[in-house]
Design a protein around this ligand. Structure first.
Ligand SMILES: Nc1ncnc2c1ncn2[C@@H]1O[C@H](COP(=O)(O)OP(=O)(O)OP(=O)(O)O)[C@@H](O)[C@H]1O
Length: 593
């Protein structure tokens, strides 16, 4: 009799040996399917419609693992509210009211970035491992499924064979050996048993795999959310860092401006062969006493270094402007004073106890190195000399005069050699070459080194990788020519020409200082080659330190500084905040000589 197949499913029952009609969707009541559905609902509690789940199971050939994968692949994890819980770091440092606090905050933020980057790397490693595990589990499932399939094939073959046997038994009862029939039935039963055992094993494994899948999916979800959260947090921190770095730079510059863009220090040379005629009533004053007139004069500076001051102490006050240079400002350090007053000792110093030059360059290299985790710096050095208003390149063996030109806000010296340096050893090599060329040039021109201005220029180009900003600063270290007066040295011939050129450039320097101090609209930089070259490091937001070198036996300090003064202010130092306070009475111009 043909089997009616309307909205029913036919199933051959082994135990009764009959075909059984079942309604469509009957499998929803079977234990295996119920277990599959439980697995799916445990993994995806939001998926409650059992008909949908059953439909999905059918579509995936009753593979709960595939159902779960399909569900998650279709779902958009970005819309998952779970992923939206990203805690942003607030700019708690915004309220910080001191630079020190901000520096600490930046340090903290840097550490947070580092630890977040470490966490991100760990998470990526875990994700990789999970992916490998999932792939191996998928392989295992495939193997088990293949095994299951082959068992099913064998069972089906057996089931197909059984009704035929039954028929033979009914129709040709007498011709079948009952022993054979029993043995066949026994082996069919055994096969069925082993099929059920296999099914149980597969079910167990599928359960395990499903658990693992659940864990892997949750892990992946965590990692994805963590990944996107961390990327955003890192970007926020970067932005915050950029702001903080700029703020620190501006605050530091403000601090330097408050201290004075041009700071004037006096340093008295140590000399045990002469009696010191000067007194140092405070660390910012020098007092002179004239026994003939019984007059005492006090001269004030930003700082005064007595003969006992060490090179390290002298350097300490110039260190802040070295930081400014790396921040992208033009700065200069100058030594001014009469021949033999200690300018070269202060600037260059002996090899075993170097002066401001070497210490500044060392500090500059160290600052660049300290900041190398976030910025790349390129340092270039030039060495030049101004003799009789002629500019000579000391890093070139050619003795030729170079022009000085203004290009927009910049001052350029076409043809001047620039050497890239990365270490103190490079600097030493450059200085040695410069000294050698200076001696050759001096011999050719019959000049003395103290009769020329020596300028060592370092340009610092920075690229902050984290903030993506560029900076460009320069440091000019200048050992000026001796400032003694022509009348005193009784110069003649070439010495007279030298003295006139020195007087011209030092007077021009004094005029520039005075114009800057009076905030005049026109600053006469072009009155000398010296002031023209120093222009970028004196005006605007540039910073300068001027060392006035003083001999301990000097009777009249005003003479030492007089070349930097002019006009009716001849008795007051027209530099920065330095001034001369004269006790009892203001001396007249001719008091000096
Ligand atoms: N603070 C100091 N302590 C010890 N020695 C010093 C000090 N200052 C200068 N001298 C010594 O005094 C001498 C003259 O100093 P220095 O050459 O620096 O003077 P200067 O002003 O540069 O002279 P010039 O104008 O000729 O170049 C040198 O021998 C130097 O070593």
């Amino acid at each position: 009799m043909p089997v009616e197949r309307v909205n029913v499913h036919c199933y051959f029952d082994n135990d009764t040996g009959q075909w059984i009609k079942l309604p469509i969707g009957y499998e929803i009541h079977s234990d295996v399917i119920k277990d599959f559905m439980d697995i799916i609902q445990e993994t995806i509690p939001d998926w409650t419609n059992s008909h949908d789940i059953l439909a999905s199971l059918r579509a995936s050939n009753y593979d709960p693992h595939e159902c779960i994968s399909t569900y998650f692949n279709i779902g958009d994890p970005v819309t998952d509210p779970w992923l939206k819980g990203i805690v942003r770091t607030k700019n708690s440092a915004a309220d910080a009211n001191s630079m020190e606090q901000k520096d600490k905050e930046i340090e903290k933020l840097k550490k947070t970035i580092k630890s977040l980057e470490q966490q991100l790397a760990n998470s990526k490693e875990e994700l990789k491992k999970s992916n490998q595990k999932v792939v191996s589990l998928e392989d295992r499932v495939s193997t088990l499924e293949a095994e299951n399939k082959s068992t099913n094939v064998r069972l089906t073959a057996l089931q197909e064979a059984r009704p035929k046997t039954a028929k033979v038994v009914t129709v040709e009862k007498s011709s079948v050996d009952p022993k054979t029939a029993r043995a066949l039935s026994e082996s069919a039963k055994n096969l069925h048993k082993s099929h059920i055992q296999l099914k149980m094993a597969v079910k167990k494994h599928v359960g395990e795999i499903s658990d693992l899948m659940k864990k892997a999916i949750n892990g992946m979800r965590d990692i994805r959310s963590c990944d996107s959260g961390q990327s955003r947090e890192i970007e926020d921190l970067r932005e915050l860092y950029r702001k903080e770095a700029l703020e620190r730079k501006l605050l530091y510059n403000k601090l330097q401006e408050l201290r004075g863009n041009i700071r004037v220090f006096a340093r008295c040379r140590y000399d045990n062969r002469v009696e010191c005629s000067l007194e140092f009533p405070s660390d910012s004053d020098i007092a002179t006493f004239n026994p003939a007139t019984q007059q005492k004069k006090i001269f004030s500076f930003d700082k005064v270094y007595s003969p006992s001051s060490k090179q390290t102490e002298v350097f300490e006050d110039t260190l802040p402007i070295i930081h400014s240079c790396v921040d992208g400002y033009n700065v200069c350090i100058l030594a001014y004073g009469q021949t033999g007053s200690g300018k070269t000792h202060t600037m260059m110093g002996p090899e075993h106890d170097p002066g401001v030059n070497i210490r500044s360059i060392k500090a500059l290299l160290e600052i660049c190195k300290e900041r190398s985790d976030k910025a790349d710096y390129t340092l270039k050095v030039s060495l030049l000399e101004i003799y009789n208003e002629n500019v000579q390149d000391l890093l070139s063996s050619d003795v030729k005069t170079l022009p000085v030109q203004s290009k927009g806000n910049k001052v350029v010296i076409p043809g001047l050699t620039e050497v890239e340096v990365t270490s103190m050893a490079d600097i030493q090599r450059v200085m040695e070459l410069g000294n050698k060329n200076r001696t050759t040039a001096a011999t050719k021109m019959n000049s003395q080194s103290s009769r020329s201005h020596l300028i060592l220029k370092l340009s610092v180009e920075g690229l902050n990788r984290k903030a993506g900003t560029h900076s460009s600063g320069s440091l000019m270290l200048c050992d000026l020519a001796g400032s003694e007066r022509v009348g005193k040295t009784e110069a003649q011939g070439q010495r007279l020409v030298e003295a006139a050129a020195i007087n011209k450039s030092l007077t021009a320097l004094g005029q520039v200082f005075s114009a800057l101090r009076a905030s005049q609209l026109h600053i006469p930089y072009r009155n000398s080659k010296l002031t023209h070259i120093l222009q970028p490091a004196l005006g605007g937001d540039a910073k300068a330190c001027l060392f006035v070198a003083v001999s301990p036996d000097v009777r009249n300090i005003t003479e030492t500084i007089s070349t930097l003064t002019f006009g009716s202010n001849a008795r007051q130092i027209a530099l920065g905040q330095a001034k001369a306070n004269v006790s009892k009475r203001m001396p007249k111009d001719d008091d000096d000589d």
